[in-house]
Design a protein around this ligand. Structure first.
Ligand code: BGC
Length: 690
């Protein structure tokens, strides 16, 4: 704060990095805030560094001392003066009495800050100070309170109408000493009572202690995942206007818009977006509400294809991948969370393959080889480790695996979250996939020897997989939906057997009542694979399915973000009580990329959209889809309508790019240059709007 005003509009600075190696610093221009005489005060809180963080009683992950380092650089034209934090500064306890990311903050407005304590030097040792790497966390949106609810249990609850990450600002005419407690929850239970049982040990409650008069409270070093708050201590019914929800997220530019003729799908799209905002809080977290909020690598790998569509995530992930590389180990590979505070655990399929999948996806979307250059060593080191650990027939059959996390293909999902797909089958397929990515990356970067070496290794793994997991007659040893999806997606099925595996996949989906049973591993690929094998109609049915389990089932249950589990809320309104149940997890929101690429048809032939592929594909149940995406070359849009016996396709192509447009129903490809386009022609299809 400078002269009582907040410097900058950022939250949770300096952000979370691998604090053992590097800590970010931030720069602010304070010229306009200066007066003749100035007072600077800086408040620090435990945060990720020394707070109660990581679950299971973990605390003080990096040290027990909070510290601050600041410099003011003043230019007087011909000379420069630097004022630094040093022993002449004083410290004291201010109005923020305590603050923890999981537990919330206590602010006492009656307190005056008395700074009389001597400061002690803090040695940052080997750690480096580095400039801020990614866009900061800011308030990206503010929501008015929507409803005041008196629950059957007699609680006073306020509904903001949207599950989100952030905090509540309270403006109140206070009485000296009045204590207001605000607790946060994502859902009401089936009786309509306040519920926060899924937050585990996170108390997620802010306590505001009033002075006399009108005042505004805002916690500053914590955030919560919530839609509802329970308010205690007011002694009277509050007015909705006293409360405002401030939405916190890394402030990234939105790059895609999507809408269609189906309201529930538009709500799903909104849920995917809110899920992303709520979990991109400086690092890609799994969830924003319980005692976790960790950078689970598998979740990020599952969602990257959609994340890179929705927002400009390039710098966000470049920062996080730098941490990933710095945490990488030659014994256990890529840790399961980044930054890593869980110790020596790593190596699970997809979680650790984030090291290859994420840079590769960023390259595809942004067309910038820089990210591959930066991550190349890390990508290679991960594949090299898998190679050192492979079986004689080049398979990955070792290490802790999460399987097809949270798949619904076993009855005992609550006790057994790993799904029914053979975990080493998954691990071997991801080994092949990562190796292929490294080989392609080497070729792109001009490392010919490596390209050959990893290309050959990929060939051996592919052969090993075919010998071990695919019978001579073309059956997969494990025939879950996810197993079929991965084998097809990673192109590991011999040509002569592809039809059989496709058949098995479709049969499996139909046997499950046209529902998916896939978990974190299978879901991101599911609809893309179905479309690519000519079963786009089934992909459409899966999207439009409103019954349990499915995307629109959640929407119909009132979801405003994506749930962690297909059965987070069961058809009878009860919750999954396994002790791990979040209503804001983004992995199953990975369907977003399919909505853009296959439904709206916006894709590319060349990384970074230099050369574009527009191939909208209709599904029965939708009559209109419209999408826009920002590419490195400008805005690209495509929308279609199929009503009243005619098809209308229109949009625009950015400058310096070319596009091929596949006209639906016609076996016709039009080659387009930049500018707008529009095609109207009669249709044989009668799409039914559901
Ligand atoms: C997290 C997941 C994560 C998983 C791995 C969970 O607690 O919330 O999203 O990937 O653990 O086991």
């Amino acid at each position: 704060m400078l002269n009582g005003l907040k410097v900058g509009n950022e939250f949770l600075s300096p952000g979370w990095t691998n604090y053992k190696r590097h800590i970010q610093y931030q720069e602010y221009d304070i010229t306009g805030m200066l007066q003749d005489s100035n007072v600077i005060d800086i408040t620090v809180a435990p945060g990720w560094y020394s707070g109660d963080f990581g679950g299971n009683g973990r605390t003080k992950n990096y040290g027990d001392q909070t510290a601050v380092f600041a410099e003011i650089h003043i230019w007087y034209g011909d000379r420069k003066e630097i004022i630094r934090t040093d022993e002449s500064w004083k410290w004291g306890v201010g109005q923020t009495l305590n603050s923890e990311i999981y537990h919330g903050e206590t602010i006492d407005h009656r307190k005056q800050t008395l700074c009389e304590g001597e400061v002690v030097p803090f040695d940052i040792g080997e750690r480096k100070l580095i400039a801020q790497q990614s866009p900061p966390v800011r308030i990206i949106n503010e929501l008015e309170a929507r409803d005041l609810i008196h629950t059957p249990n007699g609680e006073t609850v306020i509904d903001f109408g949207q599950n989100l990450s952030g905090f509540v600002e309270l403006t109140i005419q206070g009485k000296e000493g009045m204590e207001v407690l605000i607790s946060h929850g994502e859902v009401l239970d089936r009786d309509g009572n306040f519920y926060n049982g899924n937050l585990r040990t996170a108390r997620a409650a802010d306590k505001f202690i009033c002075k006399e008069g009108l005042q505004r409270f805002r916690p500053r070093f914590t955030y919560h995942g919530f839609r509802y708050i329970k308010v205690e201590g007011l002694g009277t019914d509050p007015s909705l206007s006293w409360f405002k929800a401030c939405v916190l997220s890394t402030d990234m530019e939105g790059t895609v818009e999507f809408s269609c003729s189906h309201p529930l799908i538009n709500q799903l799209w909104s849920n995917i977006n809110w899920g992303m905002d709520g979990n991109f809080v400086d690092i890609p977290t799994d969830c924003p509400q319980r005692d976790e909020r960790l950078g689970w690598t598998g979740d990020a790998a599952a969602f990257i294809g959609t994340a890179a569509q929705l927002r400009d995530v390039y710098l966000f992930f470049r920062k996080w991948l730098k941490d990933l590389e710095s945490e990488q180990s030659d014994e256990y590979g890529i840790p399961h969370i980044i930054p890593n505070i869980l110790g020596e655990r790593g190596g699970a399929a997809m979680w650790s393959d984030s090291a290859t999948i994420i840079p590769w996806t960023l390259y595809q979307i942004y067309g910038d080889k820089e990210i591959l250059e930066l991550q190349y060593d890390s990508m290679k080191r991960w594949v090299d480790l898998m190679e050192r650990q492979e079986t004689p027939n080049h398979l990955r059959q070792t290490g802790y695996q999460f399987g097809d996390w949270l798949a619904m293909d076993t009855e005992q999902i609550a006790q057994w979250p790993y799904g029914a797909t053979d975990p080493y089958f998954i691990a071997s397929l991801f080994y092949a996939y990562s190796t292929q990515i490294v080989s392609k990356t080497a070729a792109l970067l001009g490392y010919k020897k490596d390209a050959r070496r990893y290309g050959e290794l990929y060939g051996k793994i592919r052969k090993g997989i075919q010998e071990e997991y695919i019978t001579r007659t073309g059956r997969l040893v494990c025939e879950t939906q996810t197993a079929c999806l991965l084998a097809l997606r990673f192109d590991l099925v011999p040509e002569e057997h592809r039809e059989k595996v496709k058949y098995r996949l479709i049969e499996n989906i139909i046997n499950h009542g046209k529902k998916l049973t896939t978990g974190f591993i299978g879901t991101p690929f599911a609809l893309h694979v179905l479309t690519s094998i000519g079963a786009h109609d089934i992909a459409g049915d899966l999207l439009l399915n409103e019954e349990y389990p499915g995307w629109l089932y959640e929407v119909k249950k009132g979801a405003t973000t994506i749930w962690e589990r297909w059965d987070s809320m069961k058809p009878d309104g009860s919750f999954n009580e396994s002790g791990m149940n979040s209503f804001n997890h983004y992995a199953f929101g990975s369907i977003g990329s399919w909505m853009i690429e296959q439904l709206a048809g916006i894709g590319f032939l060349e990384a970074g959209y230099k050369s574009i592929r527009l191939k909208p594909l209709f599904i029965n149940g939708l009559t209109e889809v419209s999408a826009r995406r920002e590419t490195p070359y400008g805005t690209l849009s495509c929308s279609w309508k199929c009503t009243g016996g005619e098809i209308l396709i229109q949009g625009s192509i950015p400058v310096n790019t070319t596009a091929e447009l596949h006209l639906p129903e016609k076996e016709e490809v039009r080659h387009l240059g930049s500018g707008s386009f529009s095609f109207r022609y009669p249709t044989k299809t009668d799409l039914e709007q559901r």
